[in-house]
Design a binder for this molecule. Structure first.
Ligand code: NAP
Length: 296
């Protein structure tokens, strides 16, 4: 059972709009209980124009740390003391960690996705990657794949200019950092998947297509596409098995949903706030609770 809240309880919370369906309180309050840390995590519904006041207010109220979710992941950045390099590249922060004088921003969505992939033994280094979608999540996924050594990345999106903008930005950023000597990322319209060279790809499904309750929707229906997929990773976790995942499996590939990404983004934020290490066993206990919570 959770200990009594008292005068030494530290508070963390979520800045978002909306916040009612968040699973973050389940992750953090479970971890606090497991680790016997006197911390409580609560959601804060913030009016969109009030984000600056909310970040400054959180600091003034001595809150230990915050998560930021839609629509604030970029909007919080001007109000931070410092931003971690990966989060700064991505231009999105989901975790605020208290430091002297203000919060430091991190992007644990991406380190969380990386840890989720590691836990499934998915190797990004030297991999040929396809990213479906070019929204906020896809952009961050692209940075993560580039940073962790992908050999080639193809981004496909219904609206081509959005995919092109991400590919251009990442090619420039990686060349500037000396990690790539030439362009390793290219953009294509979604329907051009038929022109992809015959290789085996890791495909990261980063569109919102297939999200509950639209569980029979999928961004590419054609079974031929799935013959090229060795591993399919869907960022969606509700339903637990999306149509995309079913098609990957039917074609003989491995498929994973985004629930472990959600888990590990929380685990990493918790570790940053409390300066502790969460064991795999503890993380899996929280994962079981998440699986129960998203069951439809
Ligand atoms: P977003 O910025 O709204 O982007 C949505 C993307 O989906 C765009 O590329 C959009 O294409 C595409 N799309 C939407 N409807 C489409 C359709 N009918 N046909 C083809 N493409 C379509 O959303 P986001 O923030 O990137 O999030 C994307 C997904 O990732 C969501 O399902 C979200 O739940 C999931 N996510 C999961 C986690 C996790 O922890 N597991 C974390 C973050 C996000 P256009 O550009 O052409 O509109």
């Amino acid at each position: 059972m959770r200990k009594e809240l008292n005068g030494k309880t530290r508070t963390c919370g979520l800045l978002g709009n909306p916040v009612e369906h968040t699973l973050s309180p389940l992750i953090h309050n479970s971890l606090a209980e497991m680790k016997d840390i006197n911390m409580v995590y609560v959601p804060f519904l913030v009016d969109i124009p009030e984000i600056a006041t909310a970040v400054k207010g959180a600091y003034a109220l001595n809150l230990l740390g915050m998560n930021a979710t839609v629509p604030f992941k970029s909007d919080v950045i001007p109000y931070l003391m410092e931003v971690d390099e990966l989060a700064s590249d991505i231009g999105a922060v989901n975790t605020l960690v208290r430091t002297d004088g203000g919060y430091k921003g991190y992007n644990t969505d991406m380190s969380g996705l990386y840890r989720a992939m590691q836990s499934e033994n998915i190797i990004l280094e030297q991999a040929d990657i396809i990213i479906l979608g070019a929204g906020g999540a896809a952009r961050a996924v692209a940075y993560m794949c580039a940073n962790y050594g992908a050999e080639h990345i193809t981004i496909l999106n219904r609206t081509l200019p959005k995919a092109q903008a991400i590919a251009t930005e990442i090619n420039e950023s990686m060349k500037k950092k000396g990690r790539w000597v030439e362009d390793c990322m290219e953009a294509m319209p979604l329907h051009a998947y038929t022109e992809l060279p015959d290789r085996r790809y890791i495909v990261i499904q980063s569109t919102s297509v297939g999200l509950h309750p639209h569980i029979d929707d999928v961004v590419i229906e054609d079974k031929k596409f799935y013959e090229k997929v060795s591993i399919g990773f869907d960022l969606i976790y509700k339903p637990a098995e999306t149509k995309f995942m079913k098609l990957v499996k039917e074609a003989g590939g491995e498929a994973y949903n985004g629930l472990k990404m959600l888990l590990y983004q929380g685990v990493i934020a918790f570790e940053l706030w409390n300066d502790v290490k969460v064991t795999e066993e503890e993380a899996m206990m929280v994962y079981a609770k998440l699986e129960e919570a998203v069951r439809v």
